[in-house]
Design a protein around this ligand. Structure first.
Ligand code: FAD
Length: 531
């Protein structure tokens, strides 16, 4: 059966697909979004599937990058039902001695807490914030633009002197494990920076981790770590509503299995149930690179350099995520001075560094570094008053050769997942005795369960490929131009596998849509000239 042709077909309704679709619809294109799952959202979804009275975010939860993204801000999603909520404090890191490293939205409060723990750290924190005030916007703009980021790159260069010139560059290149110690005497700021660096899969003693740590810490300090009221899915639902208000069409339960290529141009897509949708101007793939190249597009339609580039494509590590419905708040042995939305669990920067280093050595950490969220603390609509909707996740190797804890096989069947979830939960129990007795329901999502709910999360990899420097910028996803264009004309890679990578900021989707619009204009202009 052949359906009506559209200007563009977007494969996948993750945040990047929906951002691309909105931008193309804004330009007046007719756009069809095809989504394999039964609802839109990709890794930005929520549901009452852990406990009927609790909303749980299935995957991602906190959105500083979305809030900071000029692209997402430009969509005015508040007019389409989105409301942002903030926890009393952005981030907390409880330590075994009962103290907390805290990031409060008010930088004076953060600085005051750091200073109380170690005199001088407050001033050093405010100095870092004021450097960020001068150069942060340009750096975010440069990171989210297509490569090379000419406008924001030049903007950042002009600000560089005012933030200390090469010393600032050196700071950004310093690994997170050392960066904190080079600027702060106390442990609090070091834990905050290293923990925030741990949101990417870059080892904390490798370059790139410091940049990530400063970026996420300064975002926390300037825009906070906001969440959509009602659940993560409200963010992508608002993108869907906006898109549909512009006349865009979304079809769910429509998995694309083939992109048709004629004369090196993408012309149409085919779905698993045999439907064919023609695309006059562009196909945007919000699809992870290993499923696009050699999957939706056959190897025979691709140049040999793409096949050889993909041979060295590296996934990011796998993930184990645990969701809890709690009948009361987390019973902290030593309560935080302000209730944080996000919290990190690691005894020290050194323990975090060891756990992330073990991933590179394909070893399951004995003391995994946990990223966790108190969602009802952040958004009281998530569960009944006095309860907590909570999650934690951590990374494990894609293929494990050993378990530093000596009991997990690394096959991630139900038994492995539950036993590893026990290990994660024990880390929280140590900080909050009685935590286990508050659990109404627990759900554990291992690599297979994550991938079943979003095929882009291959083996539980959450970022569409490693974020380490060797696969960033012009090396993402394969060495080339670091842009959305693919070797197939009219086909654009708009997923987290493309520069600027994972996180909910819409960068890859926007870059793909802009590239499609530019090429279409050039094509039409050229045809006009020769007509
Ligand atoms: C557990 C977890 C926690 C995270 N935490 C955060 C966080 O707190 N903050 C943050 O900013 N980021 C976080 N991330 C990362 C972030 O969610 C992703 O980087 C982001 O969702 C990537 O968006 P995307 O549109 O590229 O892909 P996805 O969100 O993965 O969406 C891709 C969509 O395409 C669909 N699709 C794929 N192939 C096909 C096909 N052939 N046919 C039709 N449809 C197809 C999929 O079903 C999916 O809906 C997290 C991710 C995970 C998994």
């Amino acid at each position: 059966m052949t359906a009506r042709a559209h200007d563009a077909v977007v494969i996948g309704a993750g945040p990047n697909g929906l951002v691309a679709a909105n931008h193309l619809a804004d330009a007046g294109w007719s756009v069809l979004v095809l989504e394999a799952q039964d609802d839109v959202g990709g890794a930005v979804r929520s549901a009452r599937d852990v406990h009927p009275e609790f909303v749980h975010d299935t995957f991602s939860a906190f959105y500083p990058l979305a809030h900071a993204s000029a692209t997402i801000r430009s969509f005015d999603l508040e007019e389409h039902g989105l409301t942002w909520r903030h926890a009393p404090a952005v981030l907390g890191h409880p330590t075994p001695d009962g103290s907390w490293a805290m990031l409060h939205r008010d930088r004076e409060v953060t600085a005051g807490l750091f200073d109380r723990a170690h005199a001088g750290d407050g001033e050093a924190w405010l100095a870092m914030c004021s450097q960020w005030d001068r150069i942060g916007d340009q750096m975010i703009g440069a990171l989210l633009s297509p490569f090379p980021p000419v406008r924001h790159g030049l903007g950042a260069l002009t600000k560089l002197r005012s933030v200390g010139g090469l010393d600032f560059v050196k700071m950004m290149l310093t690994p997170a494990s050392d960066l904190g110690a080079s600027r702060f005497g106390g442990v609090g700021p070091r834990l905050v920076i290293a923990g925030n660096a741990g949101h990417a899969d870059i080892p904390l003693n490798a370059p790139g981790s410091g940049l990530m740590g400063v970026l996420m810490s300064m975002l926390g300090q300037t825009v906070g770590f906001p969440v959509p009221e009602g659940g993560a899915g409200e963010l992508t639902q608002s993108l869907r509503r906006r898109f549909e208000s512009l006349g865009g069409e979304v079809r769910c339960s429509a998995e694309v299995t083939r992109i048709e290529v004629a004369d090196r141009r993408a012309t149409a897509v085919r779905t698993r149930d045999g439907e064919r949708f023609a695309a006059h101007r562009a196909v945007i793939a919000d699809v992870v690179a290993p499923h696009l190249y050699g999957g939706l597009v056959a190897w025979e339609d691709l140049p040999a350099r793409t096949a050889s580039g993909m041979r060295s494509f590296e996934l990011d590590p796998s993930t184990i995520k645990v969701d809890w419905a709690l009948d009361g708040p987390v019973p902290w042995a030593s309560p935080p001075p302000y209730d944080p939305g996000t919290f990190h669990v690691a005894d020290s920067v050194e323990q975090m560094t060891e756990a992330l280093g073990q991933l590179s050595a394909r070893t399951i950490p004995a003391a995994p570094f946990l990223l966790a969220g108190q969602m009802t603390t952040t958004d009281p609509t998530r569960s009944p008053g006095g309860t907590e909707s909570m999650w934690a996740y951590t990374h494990v190797p894609q293929e494990s050769v050993a378990d530093a804890g000596g009991e997990i096989r690394g096959v991630w069947d139900r038994d492995d997942c539950e036993r590893f979830a026990d290990r994660m939960q024990a880390r929280i129990e140590r900080l909050a005795p009685g935590f286990g007795s508050r659990v109404l329901t627990r759900r554990v999502l291992g690599p297979r369960e994550l991938e079943q709910r979003d095929s882009n999360l291959i083996g539980g990899a959450i970022n569409g490929g490693t974020s380490q420097l060797h696969q960033e910028l012009v090396f993402r996803p394969v060495p080339g131009l670091g842009r959305a264009e693919t070797p197939i004309r009219g086909l654009y890679l708009g997923s987290a596998s493309a520069h600027p990578g994972g996180g909910v900021h819409g960068g890859p989707g926007m870059n793909a849509a802009r590239a499609a619009l530019t090429h279409s204009r050039i094509r039409r202009g050229t045809f006009g000239l020769f007509r």
